[in-house]
Unconditional design. Structure first.
Length: 178
């Protein structure tokens, strides 16, 4: 990519993946980008569970996207799913979050995951954030206990087709100058 804005323009949600393996080195660079993300009080309240071909991925495919969650069954075609666990963060951002009514750890996950998917785009990989999934079944597929919480899944792989262009609002439509 020539610039950061080009990368942002190129990164799109993908729901149609090739059956092509993803190199561990590329995934590690994506995780490195996430690791470098800022977080409230440097709490880093994340843990990334990487499920590639094998029992964990099969368990995710068969459990996380059934029933009411079937609309996201396309993710089973992605060669990799990264399950993002929110960890208990430091006390200061938790207390500040209660006072302010903001869960900073959720914001922190958003920043880290956007770093991850932007690096994926830089690697030539496609991705899709998935917030609608059976969290209990996903946790069981990964061997997590009931007190551990997965906030989202990210499907990653090579796009099988180019996504259709999206219409975005203009700067004037999203900005208020004061």
């Amino acid at each position: 990519m020539d610039s950061f804005l080009d990368l942002c323009r190129a990164r799109r949600s993908c729901r149609n993946f090739q059956n092509t393996p993803v190199a561990v080195e590329a995934l590690d660079r994506c995780l490195e980008a996430a690791r470098l993300a800022p977080s409230a009080c440097n709490a880093q309240p994340w843990l990334f569970h990487v499920a590639g071909p094998g029992p964990a991925k099969t368990g995710l495919d068969q459990g996380a996207f059934r029933g009411a969650y079937k609309m996201n069954a396309f993710a089973a075609d992605a060669p990799v799913i990264i399950a993002v666990e929110r960890r208990r963060g430091k006390i200061l951002p938790r207390l500040g979050g209660r006072i302010r009514g903001t869960e900073y750890s959720v914001l922190d996950l958003g920043i880290a995951c956007e770093h991850l998917v932007l690096q994926a785009a830089e690697e030539g990989l496609a991705s899709c954030w998935i917030g609608w999934f059976d969290g209990k079944a996903a946790g069981e597929a990964l061997g997590l206990g009931p007190r551990r919480r997965l906030e989202l899944l990210i499907a990653i792989g090579y796009a099988a087709s180019d996504p259709a262009p999206l219409k975005r609002r203009t700067i004037e439509e999203i900005r208020e100058l004061h």
